[in-house]
Design a protein around this ligand. Structure first.
Ligand code: ACO
Length: 431
């Protein structure tokens, strides 16, 4: 690394040179604003739709090296966390920045366990949805509605108030998610069972029928716990950026997180695993794969579950999920779509179209197959993702609230429309 951490920019319009400091491999966009600025001209701006090369924050939550396929939460590799930790411990790690002591862990698990119930009016609110309401729509509305049940949550400058909302949200998300699932099935909502672990209780609220106590299969509970860990954070992705952007207005965290859920709802983000299953089902048999691949290469459609904005060699989460697939299928029997997925992956990974564009299976390529084996309908997949991502959204929100450098999010635009038109009243225009 050279001593001189600056960038010299010459503005060829004026011949003037500017020296901009380089910090942490970045230049400040606001420094460009000095370039070419005059009374009549605004300074230079940078144009970056989709923030493909713009850092919006400093963050110590999650590290990703997309080329090397590395994902770390607070410095711990995802492979180790998935194998040796639990979702609640990982949530603690993300929120607090370090692993808990025994006492901290016990207190944390106790706090989360005893905040799983929601106000009965939240239940009534959820029951008001149409019988076929998409569970993500129900989840994002009910999380947003929580802000009205906890009006103190808007006092975001108080660390104790912030902590209470963080606990509530991590605790209540499975309750709301499970109830949105039961709603679509016309089944009664199941109240939380505080004797069970976080993931077991979630399974109980999803699947318990008339038995006095739900008895979850520990292998399925573990696989679901691993899936939640894999989704717990992923630095500045679309939904986290939505949480931060909305949170930058200093709104309460329920409103900010419901914006994150809305972003996750989209098919290019959290909705991709649902799209993967639809695609596999549409392909139907292995002999149709080559024609499907040709269609993708001709630009007719995308190979869902492939490609990633950051991972350009492999998605480390996809590797762990493949292993979880084996564990789940041992209990549930193999999902017949697995064969098609594996063959599709094999053919795509040998095809120059995908190789040259660095398109590999992402976390969503196999997660849908597991969820389906666990008897979740596709509409629930994104809900599971949202439950897993909640600690990450909250860790990022907490970081935002304490970050003195952050301002209300307000990107610039390049205006391309008309100017100074003369308004003609309707009666004259239509005459
Ligand atoms: N199938 C076919 N071609 C693809 C795919 C795909 N899944 N993904 C990217 N490409 C092509 C693009 O058409 C483009 O080709 P071109 O250079 O000839 O124009 C090239 O690969 C680069 O793709 P971009 O769209 O520029 O990549 P970007 O980083 O913007 O998009 C994204 C990433 C949105 C994930 C994209 O790969 C995609 O749509 N994948 C399918 C949806 C999906 O699986 N999403 C889940 C992401 S993981 C998550 O959110 C948890």
């Amino acid at each position: 690394m050279t001593e001189n951490q600056t960038l010299t920019v010459r503005d060829n319009r004026t011949g003037e040179e500017y020296e901009l400091p380089i910090t942490d491999g970045t230049v400040r966009a606001s420094d460009f604003n000095k370039i070419g600025k005059s009374e009549n001209e605004p300074g230079l701006a940078v144009y970056d739709p989709g923030f493909t090369n713009t850092a919006s924050t400093r963050s110590a939550v999650t590290y990703i090296d997309g080329d090397k396929g590395i994902l770390e939460y607070r410095g711990y590799p995802i492979e180790q966390l998935a194998e040796k930790s639990t979702f609640l411990e990982v949530a603690y790690l993300l929120i607090h920045g370090e692993l808990p002591t025994k006492e901290q862990h016990e207190r944390w698990v106790h706090e989360i366990t005893f905040h799983t119930f929601v106000h009965e009016n939240v239940k009534s609110l959820m029951q008001g949805f149409r019988y076929d309401a998409h569970p993500m729509g129900m989840l994002l509305s009910s999380v947003g509605a929580l802000s009205t049940f906890y009006p103190e949550a808007r006092n975001i400058s108080d660390p104790d108030v912030r902590h209470e909302q963080v606990v509530r949200m991590i605790a209540k998300m499975p309750t709301l998610g499970a109830w949105s699932f039961r709603h679509a099935q016309g089944k009664p909502y199941v109240y939380p069972d505080n004797d069970l672990t976080y993931t077991e209780n979630f399974l109980s609220m999803l699947f318990k029928m008339s038995e006095p106590k739900y008895d979850p299969d520990p292998r399925l509970a573990k696989a679901l716990d691993v899936l939640l860990i894999l989704h717990a954070d992923h630095e500045q992705n679309c939904s986290t950026n939505a949480v931060r952007s909305v949170g930058s207005s200093q709104v309460d965290p329920y409103s900010a997180v419901s914006a994150g859920i809305a972003a996750l709802y989209g098919p290019l983000h959290g909705g991709a695993n649902e799209a993967v299953l639809k695609m596999l089902r549409r392909i139907g048999t292995k002999d149709k794969i080559p024609a499907f691949i040709e269609g993708v290469k001709n630009g007719d459609e995308k190979l869902m579950g492939f490609g990633h904005r950051v991972y350009k060699n492999f998605d480390p989460r996809a590797t762990i999920i493949k292993k979880a697939c084996d564990d789940v299928f041992e209990v549930t029997g193999v999902n017949p779509l697995l064969e098609i997925a594996q063959e599709l992956e094999r053919i795509a990974l040998e095809d120059d179209y995908f190789i040259s564009r660095k398109l590999y299976p992402n976390v969503d390529f196999y997660s849908g197959l597991i969820y389906e084996a666990l008897q979740f309908p596709p509409e629930m997949f994104t809900v599971l993702f949202a439950i897993g991502r909640t600690p990450g959204w909250l860790a990022q929100w907490l970081e935002l609230v304490d970050d003195k450098e952050q301002k209300i999010a307000r990107p610039k635009q390049i205006y391309t429309g008309d100017r100074q038109l003369e308004f003609v009243p309707a009666e004259e225009r239509w005459a």
